[in-house]
Design a protein around this ligand. Structure first.
Ligand SMILES: N[C@@H](CCC(=O)N[C@@H](CS)C(=O)NCC(=O)O)C(=O)O
Length: 262
């Protein structure tokens, strides 16, 4: 079996795929991309992933992009230890959770992460390097969001909407978790795994109070982040430089978020 993941230690989408591979006990090789150095925009990588993002999976000559697609591909290609429910009704429910990530939750995470923390990494670069990175982002809407975040931080016009997208998600989760320990009730699945890295990111960025405000979500996040696959696929990859950056910005972020809700 040759399974190669092009990924980044701190990327939420790549983290999701690593957690799935851990759940399924798959052996894989990694190619680590430095997203701040622009590895994702280099021509050889763009041939694999025209969206210029991680992750990308290579499996015996097949290239698969888009983390939600990769997770389902892995579950189809390697049937042991399934991460998806077998009933069509539950599978449909699962996909309603995972598709939300592509419909706004991931973009909102990008906004919040950039406005609070990642902008400080970009601001270490020369203005020319920042422009090169921004101009190479294929999606013009994402390019503008990233520019706003780097230039304006938490005063970006996108910031409040991104936080509110999470409020809606967490409210929906709170309601779903009244029916059992996992988002689909009794069955732990890709619906839960897909959100593990995002819950960790909220805590890192000072939005943990938004989780704690919802008792079912708080207990679920604790269960999810206690999974051995979270440790192996996500926590063990945390980059101490990023953790230090998150910590240095958390106080200001918490105060700003509290202001949004006062
Ligand atoms: N929908 C894509 C999103 C991928 C994505 O946004 N990846 C981020 C890291 S989480 C990235 O590579 N960012 C680099 C950049 O935008 O320059 C997926 O799920 O794979």
């Amino acid at each position: 079996m040759t399974l190669t993941l092009y990924h980044n230690a701190m990327s939420s989408c790549a983290a999701k795929v690593r957690m799935v591979m851990s759940e399924k006990e798959l052996k894989w090789d990694g190619v680590h991309l430095d997203l701040r150095a622009g590895d994702q925009q280099k021509p050889d990588y763009v041939k694999l992933n025209p969206k210029k993002v991680v992750p990308t999976l290579m499996h015996e000559g097949t290239v698969v992009i888009e983390s939600n697609v990769i997770c389902e591909y892995l579950d189809d290609a390697f049937e042991a230890r399934p991460v998806r429910p077998s009933s069509p009704a539950k599978l449909a429910q699962m996909r309603l959770w995972t598709k939300q990530i592509d419909e706004g939750v991931h973009a909102s995470t990008g906004v919040i992460s950039n406005c609070i923390a990642f902008r400080h990494q970009h601001l270490q670069k020369t203005p020319e390097q920042i422009e090169t990175w921004l101009n190479n982002i294929p999606d013009p809407v994402k390019r503008q969001r990233m520019r706003n975040g780097v230039e304006l931080g938490m005063d970006s016009p996108d910031f409040k909407g991104a936080v509110m997208r999470y409020e809606k998600l967490l409210d929906d989760m709170e309601a779903a978790l009244e029916n059992g320990p996992w988002l689909l009730g009794d069955e732990y699945s890709l619906a839960d795994i897909s959100y593990a890295a995002y819950m960790a990111r909220l805590k890192h960025l000072g939005l943990g109070e938004r989780i704690e405000a919802r008792p079912h979500v708080a207990a679920w996040a604790e269960r999810l982040l206690a999974k051995p696959s979270f440790k192996e696929g996500i926590e063990d990859w945390f980059d101490p430089k990023y953790l230090a950056l998150f910590e240095s910005q958390r106080g200001e972020a918490k105060a700003k978020i509290r202001d949004l809700f006062s």
